[in-house]
Design a protein around this ligand. Structure first.
Ligand SMILES: [Zn+2]
Length: 168
C-alpha cells in the first residue's frame, strides 16, 4: 500500500533541508533540526509522536529512546513503563477523539510491513464512519485532520493531564 496516499499535501514540509540520513526515529529523538517534530510526549525511556502519515486521526507511534528492533529487547523497566504509557495514551485519545475502537501493535521486520526498523508501537483509533478499503484503492481517501493539528491537541491535553508512572 502506498503510504503517501494517506497524507501527502504537506509532505515536503516534513523534511526542511536535505533529506536527513539515518534512522528517522533516532533523528526525532535527537531533535534533528531537519526533521519535523510531532512528538507529544518524551521521557527517559519512550517518545510518543503523532504519525506523519496517519491511518486515521489520532494515530500515534510510541517508540523506545533506545534504537532496538525487536520487542524481546525491551527491559523489564521499559515493559512496565510502556504498559502504563499505553493506558494513558488510550485515555487521552478516548477523551480527544472518541473513537469506537483501536488497532494496537507492532510491525516487526520489513516483510511484516515495518518501513522503519526502530521498534515502534502503533496506536490507531478506529471510527464508525471510516472509508472502506475499496475507497482507499479508488483514491477517495481524504484525511480530515492535519497531523500538526492533531499533535497540538495532544500536547494541550497532556499539559492539562500529565502522564505519571504512578497513575493507576
Ligand atoms: Zn533508531
Amino acid at each position: 500500500m502506498n503510504r503517501e496516499y494517506f497524507y501527502s499535501f504537506d509532505k515536503l514540509a516534513y523534511v526542511k533541508g536535505a533529506k536527513p540520513k539515518g534512522c528517522i526515529l533516532c533523528l526525532i529523538r535527537d531533535q534533528d533540526p531537519n526533521v519535523i517534530d510531532l512528538s507529544i510526549y518524551r521521557d527517559d525511556l519512550f517518545i510518543t509522536v503523532v504519525n506523519l502519515y496517519p491511518y486515521n486521526p489520532g494515530h500515534l507511534m510510541v517508540f523506545p529512546v533506545r534504537h532496538i528492533e525487536d520487542i524481546r529487547q525491551y527491559t523489564l523497566q521499559e515493559e512496565k513503563m510502556l504498559s502504563k504509557l499505553k493506558r494513558y495514551l488510550l485515555d487521552i485519545t478516548d477523551n480527544l477523539f472518541e473513537p469506537i475502537g483501536y488497532n494496537i501493535g507492532y510491525n516487526m521486520g520489513q516483510p511484516a510491513g515495518a518501513s522503519i526498523s526502530h521498534l515502534h508501537l502503533h496506536i490507531i483509533p478506529r471510527y464508525p464512519s471510516e472509508l472502506g478499503i475499496s475507497d482507499l484503492i479508488a483514491g477517495k481517501r481524504v484525511l480530515v485532520e492535519n497531523p500538526r493539528e492533531t499533535a497540538r491537541k495532544f500536547r494541550e491535553k497532556i499539559a492539562q493531564d500529565a502522564f505519571s508512572i504512578m497513575r493507576s
